[in-house]
Design a protein around this ligand. Sequence first.
Ligand code: PMP
Length: 360
Amino acid sequence: MERIYNFSAGPAMLPQEVLEQARDELLNWHGCGMSVMEMTHRGKDFSAIIAQAEGDLRELLNVPANYKVLFLQGGATMQFAQIPLNLLAGRSADYIVTGAWSKKAFKEANKVGSARLVATTEASNFTRLPQKAEISFDPDAAYLHVCTNETVHGVEMHDISALEASVPLVADMSSHILSRPVDISQYNLVYGGAQKNIGPAGLTLVIVREDLLGRAPANIPTMLDYAVQAENGSMLNTPPTYSIYIAGLVFQWLKKQGGLAAMEQTNIAKAKLLYETIDTSCLYHNPVEPACRSRMNIPFTLNKPELDESFIAEAKKQGIVSIKGHKMVGGMRASIYNAMPLEGVQALVSFMQDFENQYG
Ligand code: PMP
């Protein structure tokens, strides 16, 4: 059967080589006579799998030695609560709202404790990022939270020079982590759900600087305490073993591609092709300011919305699926994470041009 091009925002495509390797190893992992799904997380086989995954991830992202890598559960949504639970310590935190996801994170933090909105671009429909002069940092904040890639609105922070706060920086990188090199030392905590650029759903990655551990109040639930998770090597309870294994295969695949610098070049080429197609057409439109357009999630509308349904149906016939936009912005959205090959984006733009010629 032919594989299709899946433009879903997540769960998203995985590299075909990874799926093939998982298939080959499914019944009998490395001669041990069972699947990774069936093995104890306390044994030497799984210990080797998680250690290799962590080592490869540290290498890819150049994670400094004074940061812990945690393989958790609950998705990025759980982090919206877990971060303030661990880090507020009776203070307030600063939140910058640049789209649907940072807005949710801000709202959740206010359920757990006190969070202050220091900048929002909602009045511009989240089509830009705030300028430095628009942000009023609290020097006493427990931390500053940002979402560096807004999956729904397609806004990406390509540089963080506007964020010169003196407090710990916490970033939701769910939808662009591993898409390019990033200097982890500029952040104090980075997190993301796995189901876009890392692996299958069910795994949540947290990379946290050690000095942030141990700030949680004594009554924090044990499962939610970063310090306890770190002490237990992410194995306080049964971790999502199969998701960690697949993530490990993705990390090895990324290393084979030449690491994150090489991925970034491919991702730039893919995004450029799609944005150029949109910007030079009379039918398609992307509202985001060019300097902060996402390379991963590219929303676009048709200036004849009555064509939306036939666009989606015709695309499907060409093997292009999950292209419908989020209901908040409407239109279409192409999510083009690491595993989406250049050929997939070429197929999409060629379809878009044909569609415009026929109906535009
Ligand atoms: N943050 C961002 C930027 C996201 O894109 C998503 C999911 N699309 C989330 C948080 C929520 O992630 P999860 O479903 O893993 O809880």
